[in-house]
Design a protein around this ligand. Structure first.
Ligand SMILES: NC(=O)C1=CN([C@@H]2O[C@H](COP(=O)(O)OP(=O)(O)OC[C@H]3O[C@@H](n4cnc5c(N)ncnc54)[C@H](O)[C@@H]3O)[C@@H](O)[C@H]2O)C=CC1
Ligand SMILES: O=C([O-])CC(=O)C(=O)O
Length: 320
């Protein structure tokens, strides 16, 4: 049976890391696409030459033409611009919206049956715009943010509790911005909810509040350190987790920016919620009950995302 075809739209820091990970995990044959001439070809050749040592079989090709993504099973979109210190993700909206238009049209024409994972920021508005421009079914277009934000929360919690990251579960919902909602009540160490761990004396409310805030600032912390761009290793790993769940019909329950129409009392919008990813794409949205405090935080995040979507409509009237 032929290997699945994975198109990576954007061959920058995340795109290159995605290509390497997808090859090592033998998820399929890989097309690295970018508008920069030479970059996707150079990265593809470099990664292909790691094959003999790693022992993977994958066709790796760099491209500057959308024709090369034809028939892709999965498209992961990182095309666009990352932020620099002093910027917010929302500052990227105008420039990256134009990129989503070009990418959406390319996918519509050449890979209409793909499962599309958007990573470009500001994430929730960009995945909405990409879906609009591509015209693909909502369940086949999803944004990556919650897996990354939850991974950051899990990492910080594992440091606090001095336990393996594997035994820490966490859910971060809402938009991928300053208003994101790390849900302490639904986050656990080996099944023990975080509020119980406070009662057990493992941590304090103050320490937990600081970890929640560090999670919310997780992207900015790395931008401040790197100075030239933003995080790429953990973002790539997070998107690969989602792609693998689709390709292998794993039905992982992951927080993703999905189209929500009905659940959480929302009427048709993209925002971070718990989702099941399987062979059909987004197969289910898990409508968990939020308590009044969580609901206030979630509503604030939803309003922030709605504001960005309205801004997109203001910039590009074809979206209105
Ligand atoms: N959703 C999330 O959790 C995260 C999102 N991001 C976002 O991901 C995006 C990519 O980040 P990096 O890979 O670090 O940036 P990068 O600058 O290293 O790579 C972006 C690539 O996109 C290419 N590009 C620009 N316009 C294009 C177009 N019209 N068509 C095709 N390619 C185009 C550029 O040539 C460049 O190679 C940024 O917007 C960043 O903010 C980054 C980390 C996490
Ligand atoms: O912070 C940024 O600009 C990139 C990003 O979304 C993240 O790392 O969470």
């Amino acid at each position: 049976m032929a290997r699945p075809k994975i198109a990576l739209i954007g061959a920058g820091q995340i795109g290159g890391t995605l290509a390497h990970l997808a090859a090592i995990k033998e998820l399929g044959d890989i097309i690295l696409f970018d508008i920069a001439e030479g970059t996707p070809q150079g990265k593809a050749l470099d990664i292909a030459q790691s094959g003999p040592s790693e022992g993977f079989d994958a066709v790796m090709k760099g491209a500057n033409s959308y024709a090369d993504i034809a028939g892709a099973d999965v498209c992961i979109v990182t095309a666009g611009v990352p932020r620099k210190p002093g910027m917010s993700r929302d500052d990227l909206l105008g420039i990256n919206l134009k990129v989503m238009k070009a990418v959406g049209e390319g996918i519509k024409q050449h890979a209409p049956n793909a499962f599309v994972i958007c990573i470009t920021n500001p994430l929730d508005a960009m995945v909405w715009a990409l879906r609009e421009f591509s015209g693909l079914p909502h369940e086949k277009v999803v944004g990556m943010a919650g897996v990354l934000d939850s991974a950051r929360f899990r990492h910080f919690l594992s440091l606090e509790f001095d336990v393996s990251m594997r035994d820490v579960t966490a859910f971060v919902l809402g938009g991928h911005g300053d208003t994101m909602v790390p849900l302490t009540r639904y986050s656990t160490v080996a099944g023990i909810p975080l509020p119980d761990l406070i009662t057990m004396g493992w941590t304090t409310q103050e320490k937990l509040d600081a970890i929640v805030q560090r999670t919310r600032d997780g992207g900015a912390e790395i931008v401040g350190l790197l100075k030239t761009g933003s995080a790429y290793y953990a973002p790539a790993t997070s998107a690969i987790e989602m792609a693998e769940s689709y390709l292998k019909d794993q039905k992982r329950l992951l927080p993703c920016a999905a189209w929500v129409d009905g659940a959480f009392g929302l009427k048709g919008m993209y925002v971070g919620v718990p989702t099941v990813i399987g062979a059909k794409g987004i197969e289910r949205i898990v409508d968990i009950k939020l308590n009044p405090t969580e609901q206030v935080m979630f509503d604030k995040s939803v309003e922030a995302v709605k504001g960005l979507v309205e801004a997109c409509k203001g910039i590009d009237p074809t979206l209105a």
